[in-house]
Design a protein around this ligand. Structure first.
Ligand code: GRG
Length: 349
């Protein structure tokens, strides 16, 4: 038996670590091409440095999207390296969207440290976001992919449009009532989550596959699988926002409940027969204090909102897995993709 046959297949943390290591040099080089002030803010947003430029420790994201892009390239039969420009592009778009999202929501903390707008000011942070966005498109457009690059750029711009649509709906949900006419339904929530989160996960897989030489149908299936995965991922994010450990998530405890966000556990609880007490609490004029958010979390759980959201996440995960199982992917890659995909809906961070 060869030594490699004795090795156990990599788990999700190893797949993510390998992705980060493979993409880091290209990401650093891309950001280094920016105006020095903007480059520092971009490095801070990526968790590579502190304010002032000293190297940072432990403030980086998981790198889910870049890992998906590399696996997409390999799934299409290409080397992981072929997916690097796609990986850089999706990671830059992700970083940009978090940065602007924190400004829109007024969130002061990201990954356990001040959000970019808190650290550098709102105006400079908007500019850093703009730079990340432009750099993402530039990096993808410069990928050595011949005529396929036109489809790839179109794939990315479609995803960007969907991200804006999803974010717009999410922002508008804030002004909608909790219950009754005009309240947000589960299907509407899921369409929002597919845009806000699923579009970029789908694009990560599809763009990687396109740069790896995949035919158009394979890229389309991977895009759809990634979108389902994204809905499951967003639901997991909602669950972590209520029941996650703030020391691990780097977000304030019960932040979404405090802000009155229309997350799936809450929406599902409100639609359940036992949701009346929660509806009454949320309808009160005053913002919820610490006791109020703890009570709201308990009422969401008691009405079955937590269980319903977990069920919905599993359903989207199963749809993603089904699509991947039906695609003709390079066999050794399919296993790694399955490992990563199934880990993402059960995450704790
Ligand atoms: C792209 C043109 C364009 C506009 C963006 C601001 C905006 C419009 C959209 C916001 C999208 C958003 C913030 C979605 C949330 C997605 C999500 C679940 C983020 C958390 O992802 P993780 O857990 O984060 O991968 P880490 O910290 O690991 O990188």
């Amino acid at each position: 038996m060869s030594p490699t046959a004795l090795q156990s297949p990599p788990g999700a943390p190893e797949i993510l670590r390998r992705g980060r290591a493979l993409v880091a040099p290209a990401l650093t080089q891309a950001v280094g091409s920016l105006h020095p002030w903007v480059a520092e803010m971009a490095c801070y947003a990526l968790g590579h440095c502190e304010v002032g430029g000293a190297p940072a420790t432990g403030a980086q994201g998981k790198g889910v999207r870049q890992a998906l892009a590399l696996l997409g390239a390999e799934a299409a039969g290409g080397p992981a390296e072929a997916g690097v420009p796609a990986a850089v592009a999706v990671e830059l778009v992700h970083t940009f969207s978090l940065l602007h999202d924190d400004i829109m929501d007024g969130d002061a903390l990201r990954r356990g440290r001040p959000a970019v707008w808190k650290a550098y000011g709102t105006g400079p942070a908007v500019l850093a976001g703009d730079a990340l966005f432009a750099l993402a498109v530039e990096t993808l457009a410069a990928a050595p992919a011949g005529a396929r690059i036109v489809c790839a750029v179109r794939q990315l711009t479609t995803a960007l449009g969907d991200l804006v649509r999803g974010q717009a709906d999410d922002l508008l949900f804030a002004g909608r009532p909790w219950t009754g006419p005009g309240s947000v339904g589960v299907a509407e929530y899921e369409a929002m989550a597919e845009g806000k989160t699923g579009a970029l996960l789908g694009a990560a897989l599809a763009l990687g596959a396109q740069l790896g030489g995949a035919p158009g149908e394979m890229a389309a299936v991977l895009d759809r699988a990634g979108r389902h995965l994204g809905v499951a991922f967003q639901i997991a994010d909602d669950l972590l926002g209520i029941w996650g450990d703030p020391a691990v998530t780097g977000k304030p405890v019960h932040g979404d409940l405090r802000q009155g966000k229309k997350t799936l556990p809450v929406l599902a609880a409100l639609k359940a027969p036992g949701g009346a007490a929660l509806a009454q609490l949320l309808a009160s004029e005053r913002a919820l204090d610490d006791v109020g958010v703890r009570r709201a979390a308990a009422l969401v759980e008691r009405a079955g909102g937590r269980a319903a959201a977990e069920r919905e996440a599993r359903r989207h995960l199963a749809s993603a897995e089904e699509l991947l199982a039906g695609a003709t992917l390079a066999p050794d890659v399919a296993g790694r993709l399955r490992t990563l995909v199934s880990s993402l809906a059960d995450r704790t961070v």
